[in-house]
Write a protein that binds this ligand. Structure first.
Ligand code: C5P
Length: 314
């Protein structure tokens, strides 16, 4: 191939990666560890609300973001996607020369791992752009360094997270589940919700038991049994999220009144996740939640969804 003079190498083409949001169908939280993190039994399920992260050639690291709530996304080096690019560059001994762009669809600061998804997406996109050839094990290791939920964003599907949530075992899922996510105005800080969890346990004079996955819930996932999944959904962070944001109680009540099989706070909140019997019930529920005034917006989504993937060139 002939290369035009003055351009020693052809410029690599931009790489776009699609990444899913998640819901925690079980979030069992143990006592705080010496390092401040909490031991978890965290059953993650990826849902098909997805962000896209594009890595384009650039002289240095820049970050931009578009879509609903984009104005709430920090665009400095504190952004987890920017940290992911910098981490990969440092590990592989290359310059972090990339323009990252995030196309947001996952609710921002909603407890749906949007930031973690963008970090996993940035890692995969930069690895492809720079040709750094990171192995799956190296990518997972970098994901865990970036945050407790980031490895799951890479893997997708369904998985049990142990440790602080980063030690994953993939789980079988035997059917499609239909969800509605009610999003609130403003975020909830994950560390603040965990601190409130500790405070509530202390106030009650109780040491949280060691977290264990629910056998009934794992069976419901494996069988694709929506009724049993609705009965076994559980989030130990929910009382803490409700304590910090009592209005979420009204959102949960509105979803149940509108026909949800079950509802719970998603992760550390403030989004609330509702399980619906089928696609039609989910559409009706989303409509009713929007009309109720108990949330800012409602999104339908199905699960499971695949993890981070490079999209073919468009
Ligand atoms: O791992 P990540 O950076 O996403 O965690 C954000 C915060 O959430 C931590 O700093 C900690 O306060 C809290 N956390 C926790 N236990 C976990 C995961 C997160 O206490 N297993």
């Amino acid at each position: 191939m002939s290369v035009p003079s003055g351009e020693p190498y052809p410029k690599p083409r931009p790489v776009t990666v699609t990444v899913p949001a998640k819901v925690n169908v079980q979030l069992a939280v143990g006592p705080a560890r010496a390092d401040g993190f909490h031991e978890l039994a965290n059953v993650f399920l990826a849902v098909d609300l997805r962000d896209e992260v594009t890595a384009s050639p650039a002289d240095h690291l820049t970050l931009s973001c578009a879509g609903p709530g984009a104005e709430l996304v920090p665009l400095d080096e504190s952004n987890l996607a920017a940290r992911a690019a910098a981490l990969l560059a440092a590990r592989k001994g290359v310059r972090p020369a990339v323009a990252l762009h995030i196309d947001k669809r996952v609710p921002v600061a909603g407890g749906m791992a949007g930031g973690s998804a963008d970090a996993a997406g940035a890692l995969l996109a930069c690895d492809a752009l720079w040709g750094t050839g990171a192995s799956r094990a190296e990518l997972l290791d970098m994901c865990a360094e970036l945050g407790s939920d980031v490895p799951f964003s890479l893997v997708g599907g369904a998985a049990l997270g142990r440790g602080r949530g980063e030690v994953l075992t993939e789980l079988p899922v035997g059917g499609v589940f239909h969800w509605v996510f009610a999003v609130a105005d403003g975020g909830l800080s994950t560390p603040a919700v965990y601190r409130e969890f500790d405070r509530l346990a202390q106030e009650a004079g109780q040491r949280p038991p060691d977290p264990k996955p629910s056998h009934a819930l794992l069976t419901a996932l494996e069988r694709g049994d929506v009724g049993e999944l609705a009965r076994t959904l559980a989030n130990d962070l929910q009382p803490a999220a409700l304590s910090l944001r009592p209005a979420l109680g009204e959102t949960l009540a509105a979803g149940r009144a509108a026909g949800a099989l079950a509802g719970l706070v998603s992760g550390s909140g403030p989004s609330c996740a509702f399980l619906a019997r089928d696609e039609e019930a989910a559409a009706v529920l989303a409509h009713a939640l929007r009309d109720s005034g108990a949330c800012r917006d409602a999104h339908v989504a199905t699960s499971p969804a695949h993890g981070a993937r490079v999209l073919p060139n468009r």
